[in-house]
Ligand binder design. Structure first.
Ligand SMILES: [Zn+2]
Ligand SMILES: [Zn+2]
Length: 97
């Protein structure tokens, strides 16, 4: 699906470098295996790696930024008017985090 085999490790490295914070709003997200407090929505604290130029094949470190799922969604919504169903599947990246 356009993601390289080492994507999982790469994404994790990027997140660790970012100190598990969203690079837009600064929200500290959950590390894998970390349990969220009872009263929050865990999904909002899911850190995702975003391709700055929207090209998933461009995995240069300078093209990758960490965003919480809220900001990530915003980036894609804001970037390109209508979001097609194909693009929406991008957000279901819990398996990558
Ligand atoms: Zn954020
Ligand atoms: Zn993205």
């Amino acid at each position: 699906m356009g993601y390289p085999k080492h994507w999982k490790k790469l994404a994790r490295d990027i997140k660790e470098k970012a100190d598990w914070r969203c690079q837009k709003c600064g929200r500290v997200c959950l590390r894998p295996g970390e349990k969220p407090p009872e009263n929050i929505k865990p999904r909002a604290y899911n850190l995702q790696v975003h391709h700055h130029n929207m090209n998933p094949a461009d995995n240069r470190v300078e093209n990758l930024i960490c965003l919480c799922s809220g900001c990530h969604l915003g980036y894609h919504r804001g970037g390109k008017g209508n979001v097609s169903p194909g693009q929406l599947s991008l957000f279901d990246m819990s398996g990558f985090s």
